[in-house]
Design a protein around this ligand. Structure first.
Ligand SMILES: [Zn+2]
Length: 420
């Protein structure tokens, strides 16, 4: 390997090449409105995977596929026994998804490896780019399936047995697209030295603050609930106001309360009622039963516990007003702080490169949130236009994508070592 005159810190990725690869991948499953429909483990997903694998092999990577279909493209280090410094994301999309969600993290990783090749830089530790299976959870539940199996959040057998609406299992779909690999799908402790994931923010905060890089501190914890409010159906005319047990009125009070509770724990708490079912939903009947969902999120468990306690107190208050309230927690994700030394590597990288940056928190789930359970992990956010994602109009500024990829390069070099 030739000696370098310029230090690795001076190396920059090729923004035009990154953009070109994003646009080329986006042609697979392209929609009329400029988005992408590439559901997990479909033939379109296979085509996207095949393109990534071809690109990875072109630059000399070895590729392995594990039993849940996760793809790992590996670039050897000087000391190949060291745990790899890994990056990655997903290339499956929502039915009306965009070009950047997930795809950016995968292709930014590929661009980092291409750049190192161009500059004849060999790192001490090996580098890997991962493509995680079924992050979106649109065709198969649970979401973040590949990284979830990898992190031990649920078992391989459980994931393989899940079926889509047509009764096709994950195991069958993996076999039919040729991505049922043989490598173990469960990450061993210490197997990954560091995991970075670059991603569009999928929210409006960076854009609102006119910042290029979001230094992500961690991911919000989540509690999801199913709530059933039961009153009594009665005629809207003969029943005086004080004698009603109106379940929809109770639901309205609870929706207000969820908003109030979350606002009281600003800036990171979230409270959302996104789904309501009103029974019998008839113009002149006082509603007798309402089912609704509640989604509470917070950056730390103490706050999430407080939100939970206050929600239950609101339910108790409704019970004193003649409404039966059944509340069941159906999902719990703990808050997931990221590794401080990796977060610092991202912040330092952004500062050294002269990009504006701010601390950020991930309100959504990402593969990185599961990876953080088994490896030091951090994320890089870049803005997306108007904060819109999971939408065909999802868009991002090429300059921001380039900046995020340069930060990823510097952070990976810093952790992989020996690259001057
Ligand atoms: Zn994503």
């Amino acid at each position: 390997m030739e000696r370098l005159d310029q230090p690795a810190a001076a190396v920059r990725i090729d923004g035009a090449r990154l953009w070109g690869s994003l646009m080329q991948l986006a042609r697979i499953g392209a929609t009329q409105k400029g988005g992408v429909c590439r559901l997990a483990l479909t033939d379109l997903d296979r085509q996207g995977r095949d393109l990534f694998v071809a690109w990875a092999k072109e630059i000399g990577c070895t590729v392995r596929i594990d039993a849940i279909g996760n793809i790992f493209a590996r670039r050897a280090g000087r000391n190949d026994t060291l745990p790899p410094v890994m990056t990655g994301s997903h290339i499956d999309t929502q039915p009306t998804g965009g070009k950047f969600d997930g795809n950016y993290g995968v292709l930014a990783g590929l661009e980092v490896l291409r750049t190192l090749n161009d500059n004849h830089i060999v790192t001490q530790a090996p580098l890997e780019v991962a493509v995680w299976t079924n992050e979106e959870g649109s065709r198969f539940v649970p979401v973040m399936m590949g990284s979830g199996v990898y992190a031990g959040a649920f078992s391989l057998d459980h994931a393989l047995a899940q079926k889509d609406h047509d009764g096709v299992s994950v195991a069958e779909a993996l076999r039919s697209i040729g991505y049922a690999g043989s490598a173990s799908a469960v990450g061993q402790p210490g197997a990954v030295g560091a995991y970075f994931e670059a991603h569009i923010e999928q929210g409006p905060v960076l854009e609102a603050h006119d910042k290029t890089i979001g230094v992500v501190q961690g991911a919000l914890g989540q509690r999801w609930y199913d709530v059933t409010l039961t009153g009594m159906e009665a005629h809207a005319g003969p029943t005086p106001m004080e004698l009603r047990r109106d379940a929809l009125l109770a639901a309205a009070r609870l929706i207000q309360a969820v908003n109030r509770i979350a606002c009281a724990h600003a800036p990171h708490a979230r409270g959302t009622v996104g789904w309501v079912d009103n029974y019998p939903n008839s113009r002149n009947v006082i509603p007798g039963r309402v089912k609704l969902s509640v989604d509470l999120r917070a950056a730390d468990d103490a706050t999430l516990d407080a939100l939970n306690t206050e929600l239950h107190a609101e339910c108790a208050a409704l019970r004193t007003q003649g409404i039966d309230v059944a509340i069941e927690q159906v999902v719990y994700f703990p808050p997931q702080p990221f590794a401080p030394e990796l977060v610092d590597a991202i912040r330092t990288g952004a500062q050294t490169l002269g990009y504006s940056s701010m601390d950020a928190i991930s309100g959504a789930g990402h593969d990185a949130v599961y990876l953080a359970r088994v490896a030091p992990t951090a994320m890089i956010f870049v803005p997306c236009k108007d904060g819109i994602s999971h939408n065909e109009i999802e868009d991002a500024d090429p300059a921001h994508l380039e900046a995020g990829c340069n930060v990823l390069l510097q952070a990976m070099l810093q952790r992989a070592g020996g690259a001057a």
